[in-house]
Design a protein around this ligand. Structure first.
Ligand code: MLT
Length: 315
């Protein structure tokens, strides 16, 4: 049997559903869609996994997404194609250092990005994703709260500029988005004067400043459908181009330039950890129950509250 057919059979036999992020390989996205699973951003993945009746969730993404699924559905088995798939934002925000940072600023409401470990989330008042972070911070700002934000400094600074909130920022960054270069983007825009520029807010400010739309993956996908233009320059992980091209077949999507563009690197804007997700990994996880995600129950209980707060806000 071909791997995809074997996975289809295993999903059925094991009462499992595939939940995939926009940044994973296109084949995995297609399979998730075709088998009644979900392709989405981290908020949509969390919501889908929590609401689906399958007893096993196979999460194709990075580790914090598997952890979030387990925190929201402790009774379900959560498998990942590769549980070593990490995230530079998660790695750049160790729980003990973050906890000391929070202790030093007890007057601030702690808002953490979903791209963090369960232990960091357990210390937060709110968890947010890039799709709802700005709205949640605007809400807290309107209530007069001062924010402690972690870990992505570019997203934090973007939200600060948009909302005017008082935000103390942790200095993390995403190794993919940090590589987008403003000068190279400006040069590319000159070569494609009709193109609209779509930028993820984890990118540096000088890159975001050139954007027609700054937004989360889902917001950028929606913008590509809405804007009356046929060509887009896209500054986020290239995995998203699969979904954009599928939804908008008549339009052209060009990856934005990164530092290593050219001979040394054909497609630099690709998360190495997202790339660890493969069809073979999904097959093995389902067949042998490999890479099952566990979260310490006390940490999971504490982390669940700020995640549920986000889900209720975004409902
Ligand atoms: C996520 O929330 O999945 C990531 O931040 C990417 C995004 O959707 O913007």
């Amino acid at each position: 049997l071909r791997t995809t057919e074997r996975i289809r059979a295993l999903l059925h036999e094991r009462d499992a559903v595939l939940v995939a992020h926009y940044y994973v390989d296109g084949e995995l996205q297609d399979l998730a869609r075709e088998t009644g699973g979900c392709v989405g951003d981290s908020l949509e993945m969390a919501r889908f996994g929590a609401q689906h009746q399958a007893s096993t969730l196979v999460v194709a993404g990075v580790r914090f997404m598997g952890e979030t699924a387990k925190i929201l559905s402790p009774e379900k088995r959560v498998l990942m194609p590769d549980d070593d798939a990490s995230c530079s934002l998660d790695l750049g925000c160790p729980a003990d250092e973050f906890s000391a940072f929070c202790d030093a600023h007890p007057d601030r409401t702690v808002v953490v990005y979903a791209n963090t470990s369960a232990a960091v989330k357990a210390r937060a008042d709110w968890v947010v994703t890039s799709s709802v972070g700005q709205d949640i911070v605007a809400h807290l700002h309107a209530c007069g709260e001062k924010i402690l934000w972690a870990p992505d400094r570019h997203l934090g600074a973007h939200i600060q500029r948009q909302t005017g909130a008082d935000m103390l920022l942790w200095h993390g960054s995403c190794l993919v988005h940090d590589e987008f270069k403003a000068d190279e983007l400006a040069a590319m825009a000159l070569e494609h004067p009709q193109a609209a520029i779509l930028v993820h807010p984890e990118s540096p400010a000088a890159v975001a400043a050139q954007a027609d739309v700054v937004g989360s993956t889902t917001q950028l996908i929606n913008a590509a459908g809405r804007l009356p233009t046929d060509t887009f320059i896209v500054a986020t992980d290239q995995g998203i181009l699969h979904d954009m091209r599928m939804r908008h077949p008549g339009k052209t999507f060009l990856p934005a330039p990164t530092a290593g563009q050219g001979a040394t690197c054909k497609s630099c804007a690709m998360c190495p950890w997202m790339a660890m997700n493969s069809l073979q990994g999904v097959e093995l996880a389902l067949e042998q129950g490999l890479c099952a995600i566990e979260v310490d129950p006390a940490i999971a209980q504490a982390a669940r509250r700020p995640i549920e707060r986000m889900l209720a806000f975004a409902a």
